[in-house]
Ligand binder design. Structure first.
Ligand SMILES: NC(=O)c1ccc[n+]([C@@H]2O[C@H](COP(=O)([O-])OP(=O)(O)OC[C@H]3O[C@@H](n4cnc5c(N)ncnc54)[C@H](O)[C@@H]3O)[C@@H](O)[C@H]2O)c1
Length: 460
């Protein structure tokens, strides 16, 4: 078995291809780059890069493995999670997979190392800070997005390079905090990667470039989708069997985080951000208004917290063009995760890397397909080693704000403007990060949580 992969999509190449691709990226970029930034965290060429992983779940495990597979010396040095067994289980898995890779003489894996003794395994709400302070150069953040602003701020204050998963926040104050901390990151010359991996997928890169170059004229409309069956549910009983005690309300919510807005921001934020971000990328802009509708048709169980199971949003950009967005988490319905564009002179199935102009014949990307989850790490680590500027957080924060704007529209039933949305003072975070404290939303006597009601709920 090889190191864990998160992507099971059309983009999965072989390990040999990763290694070859990364070598090409490094050598051509090294030739191209002249400039080097003064860095707070100086790393050059073949220096060892020590990393910490914060959030040892599915994606964190994948991201750490991908960081360890990049060219050059990388050492996993510290790990942090809300719950200690997540740290120890993930560590065991990574160590086992690394050994197997090394036994199979995977050339890239031989450069990677794992050295996370018990004194650098951290648990609890302050674990992220201990991991940041453990002597690392770079921190990977893959905890639920409600924690991202706080954790990102701390890493930048401590002069660390960062790779952080999308989305970057769950509310407007969180987006503003990320943008502000990122100004500091840029001043300090720190690299910041964001897990919107389509930006590292050559098919998307080439398709978007051609569309921006006018392949189908002016873009009038985009259509974006994340329709699927939904995700896991983690009950109180699941928590007790995993961690050996009945959870407090706060422990329960942090573990079953997908269903609580202060942790997740609803699935329009959590997953659909990928597709909204593709439209923003194509438009080189963020929407100025949103209106939409949504609700919970089947997501009604007591472990379903407060989020909707469907949203439909019409976003408008400043040039009058629109983005039609749908996302659904309902089993048994048609699935679709994709993006399209319609222009004055043709159309494009962006997610299939295909462009159909009215005249001149179809174009389709036929190049190599590499795993974008791996590629984003190759690109970031290579940039750090070259001393190049590398920062994806402004776009990550604004695409996060796009999905929050969409949620504000569906929760309120109102037309919501970007300016009022991003200036909203509604802060979803808890008064206190303490597993014994109340959560920002508490269950009623029947164990149910408040669910937004369009026409009534206040969102800005
Ligand atoms: N780029 C992608 O395509 C992609 C794919 C999957 C997940 N993700 C993102 O990765 C993040 C994590 O998702 P996941 O699927 O791994 O979830 P997960 O539940 O498997 O993992 C989250 C982990 O964070 C831990 N955690 C909770 N609170 C914490 C805290 N305060 N400090 C440290 N750790 C904490 C949890 O205990 C858990 O182990 C999400 O933001 C998600 O959107 C991105």
């Amino acid at each position: 078995m090889s190191l864990p992969k998160n992507s099971k999509t059309k983009e999965n190449p072989s390990r040999r291809e990763f290694v070859k691709t990364s070598a090409l990226v490094v050598s051509s970029a090294a030739l191209a780059s002249g400039a080097s930034l003064a860095r707070a965290a100086h790393i050059s060429g073949d220096d060892e890069i020590k990393i910490a992983l914060v959030g040892c779940g599915g994606r964190g495990t994948g991201a750490a493995a991908q960081a360890l597979r990049t060219e050059g010396k990388v050492k996993l040095w510290a790990m942090a999670d809300a719950f200690l067994p997540k740290v120890t289980n993930t560590l065991q898995r990574l160590e086992r997979d690394l050994e197997e890779d090394q036994a199979a003489e995977q050339p890239n894996a031989l450069t990677a190392a794992i050295d996370v003794p018990p004194e650098r395994q951290f648990a609890g709400f302050d674990a992220y800070q201990k991991a940041i302070d453990s002597g690392v150069d770079l921190v990977i953040f893959a905890a639920p997005p409600g924690f991202r602003p706080l954790q990102f701020e701390a890493a930048i204050a401590a002069d660390k390079h960062v790779f952080m998963e999308k989305p970057l926040a769950v509310d407007a104050p969180g987006v503003r905090r990320v943008l502000a901390a990122n100004e500091e990151a840029k001043k300090k010359g720190l690299a910041v990667g964001v897990g919107l991996q389509r930006h590292h997928q050559q098919g998307y890169i080439d398709t978007i470039k051609r569309l921006k170059d006018g392949a189908i004229g002016e873009i009038l409309m985009t259509k974006v989708y994340w329709n699927g069956a939904g995700v896991w549910v983690r009950t109180r009983a699941d928590f007790a069997s995993a961690y050996g005690h009945k959870p407090t309300e706060m422990e329960y919510q942090v573990n079953n985080w997908y269903y609580f807005n202060w942790l997740c921001g609803d699935h329009i934020n959590e997953q659909h951000i990928h597709n909204l971000d593709v439209s923003n990328w194509l438009k080189d802009a963020y929407p100025v208004t949103a209106s939409g509708m949504g609700g919970r048709q089947v997501r009604k169980g007591k472990d379903h917290g407060q989020i909707f199971d469907h949203h439909f949003v019409e976003f408008t950009y400043a040039d009058g063009s629109t983005m039609m967005s749908q996302c659904r988490h309902i089993p048994g319905c048609a699935s679709k995760v994709d993006e399209y564009a319609i222009g004055t002179a043709g159309k494009s199935h962006i997610g299939d890397y295909e462009i159909s102009p009215e005249t001149g014949g179809n174009w389709k990307y036929e190049g190599k397909r590499v795993d974008p989850y791996q590629q984003e790490h190759h690109d970031m680590f290579a940039a750090i080693r070259r001393g190049d500027k590398y920062n994806e957080a402004d776009n990550g924060a604004r695409s996060t704000m796009t999905s929050i704007l969409g949620r504000m529209a569906t929760y309120s039933g109102k037309i919501v403007a970007w300016d009022e949305a991003i200036n909203s003072q509604i802060d979803l975070s808890p008064a206190k990060y303490d597993f014994a404290a109340d959560s920002p939303v508490m269950p009623n006597a029947k164990g149910k949580y408040p669910v937004p009601v369009p026409g009534k709920s206040k969102v800005v």
